[in-house]
Design a binder for this molecule. Sequence first.
Ligand code: ATP
Length: 198
Amino acid sequence: MTKIVGLTGGIGSGKTTVAHMFKALGVPVFNSDDEAKVLMNSSVIIKQEIIELLGENSYKDDTLNKPYIASQIFNTKAVLKQINAIVHPKVAAAFDTWVSKQNAPYVIKEVAILFETRTDSLVDFIITVIAPLETRIQRVMERDQKSREAVELIIDNQLSDSEKIKKSHYVIENNNRLITEKKVLEIHTKILDAMHKS
Ligand code: ATP
């Protein structure tokens, strides 16, 4: 049976960067955040539920109105949780379908909110990517042209690194790319070894 490895970490820690490194080793990768973005535009049910929650302004020309949604999340903390509750079950179903089609010893499920959605119990191993807070803020401000406040708000809604580390099998400190690559290879070997032993 294909094992599932959850790859998590706070915003800007470098999950996607690390996921690409696993992909280069031949490991299939599912990006939950990308899937969520796709589904928010393509799923009629999600669209209906988001409009029920936040009103008709949530979509513009049939496309998710991101600035409006972001402003709603910014104003009311609970909104993010409510959106996650709408989108998450559909992403989980898409993942199940995807994983059933994979033919590999293990797959990577990249998900920023693995613990927050209480889906950590559904994976066989957990890898958490960490980086210093200020580095993460700078990376995201640069990548997404977001304000410091907007990045900090997202960080405030995520579990702290120390809590994530406690619950993880492996931790990757992602500062220097070459060191990260080495660590990825080391973990890849360890996971395959652990699977052979079990
Ligand atoms: P999000 O939670 O927003 O999806 P993430 O954890 O997937 O973020 P990445 O998108 O991989 O993070 O990285 C954030 C930004 O930091 C990207 O622009 C990426 O190119 C850059 N980055 C990632 N790792 C490093 C590194 N080791 N050195 C320098 N820049 C990096």
